[in-house]
Design a protein around this ligand. Structure first.
Ligand SMILES: NC(=O)c1ccc[n+]([C@@H]2O[C@H](COP(=O)([O-])OP(=O)(O)OC[C@H]3O[C@@H](n4cnc5c(N)ncnc54)[C@H](OP(=O)(O)O)[C@@H]3O)[C@@H](O)[C@H]2O)c1
Length: 304
């Protein structure tokens, strides 16, 4: 049978392709690429209507009930793509260098003109270890733990995300390592903050390992997240995205421990962003799984 590939914005027919019921969306993309050689599969998106979700590569033409001879698939060019792992590693190694530049610049008079080269205090050392440790953990998780379902993302996200992570890391580090930096007034505050930070990190790692084990290697399977034996993963009973809950908790702990404006702002902005994503993921779970647990919230237990 024949299907038309139309431009998503203008509705203009771009191409008519011959397909069989056994062909997958990926096969349609390959036929499309033969005609438009600047494209590649991960750059192409097809939808049944402009309101529908993108069709994934593995979907078979025969399995799409509404697709018959002469039907239209709406095409969108997603623009140049870059591998997720590359993006994540660029996003996460940058903050390590950005943070360390200021940590090691105590004696650099054009960065800190008032510095007399005094050694770092305990909070500054802890703050550096926690910050750098967090991003080393993320790089290692990206390489060894996460099983992403999408291979690529638009290259524009790389610049946006790197600006966000590198920018915040520089600001946080500049002020924490500043010679005029004042530590919190009590040691209790520092160690309460540090404990919250570690609790959040362990919880975050635990949920990432749980997500890994929910998806068989090499597959794109998405299941209803469930707790495993790990006590940190019990949070899956209350929220859809406990990894975000724990990540926010880490940064709240970091802000309590360091008590600077930018570490607080980072926890706030990151928290708001993750809440927005969590609400979207939660909505998708409820749409996708009819038996999705009713009492579960998106990211904040019992609230939202
Ligand atoms: N500080 C910040 O501003 C900030 C912002 C964002 C993220 N982060 C950190 O980076 C981590 C990763 O972020 P993310 O947005 O990629 O998290 P995510 O969407 O929750 O995904 C984490 C991994 O788990 C997989 N996964 C998610 N739900 C699954 C399910 N139901 N079944 C099987 N696998 C599933 C994901 O695969 P898919 O590819 O299929 O989604 C991905 O490989 C976060 O947990 C957080 O610690 C920090």
């Amino acid at each position: 049978m024949k299907i038309e590939l139309a431009h998503g914005k203008t509705g203009k027919t771009l191409l008519t392709v011959d397909v069989t019921k056994e062909d997958s969306i990926l096969d349609v993309k390959k036929k499309h690429i033969k005609e438009k050689t600047h494209l590649y599969p991960s750059r192409i998106c097809y939808k049944l209507s402009l309101k529908d979700k993108a069709l994934t590569d593995d979907v078979k033409i025969g399995d799409i009930e509404t697709l018959t001879d002469g039907s239209v698939l709406y095409f969108k060019d997603l623009g140049p793509q870059i591998g997720w792992a590359t993006v994540f590693i660029a996003e996460y190694t940058g903050p390590i260098f950005a943070y360390l530049i200021f940590y090691f610049s105590r004696n650099c008079s054009w960065i800190y003109p008032d510095s007399e080269g005094a050694p770092h205090n305990t909070v500054q050392n802890l703050a550096c270890a926690c910050y750098v440790g967090h991003y080393i953990k993320r790089v290692l998780e990206t390489i060894f733990i996460h099983r992403f379902s999408k291979g690529t993302m638009p290259i524009g996200n790389l610049f946006k995300n790197c600006t966000y992570y590198w920018g915040f890391s520089s600001l946080i580090s500049y002020f924490i390592n500043h010679p005029l930096y004042t530590v919190p007034s009590t040691e209790t505050q520092v160690y309460v903050g540090l404990s919250i930070y570690f609790f959040g990190e362990l919880g975050n790692l635990s949920t990432h390992l749980a997500f890994k084990n929910m998806r068989p290697a090499g597959s794109k399977v998405r299941v209803i997240p469930k707790p495993n034996g790990n006590p940190f993963c019990a949070l899956f009973n209350l929220v859809s995205c406990p990894n975000y809950t724990y990540e926010v908790l880490s940064w709240v702990g970091y802000a309590v421990m360091t008590q600077t404006f930018f570490s607080g702002l980072f926890a706030l902005v990151g928290g708001a962003q993750m809440l927005q994503w969590a609400l979207g993921k939660h909505r998708n779970y409820k749409k996708e799984f009819k038996d999705y647990p009713k009492n579960r919230k998106a990211m904040i237990p019992f609230i939202m």
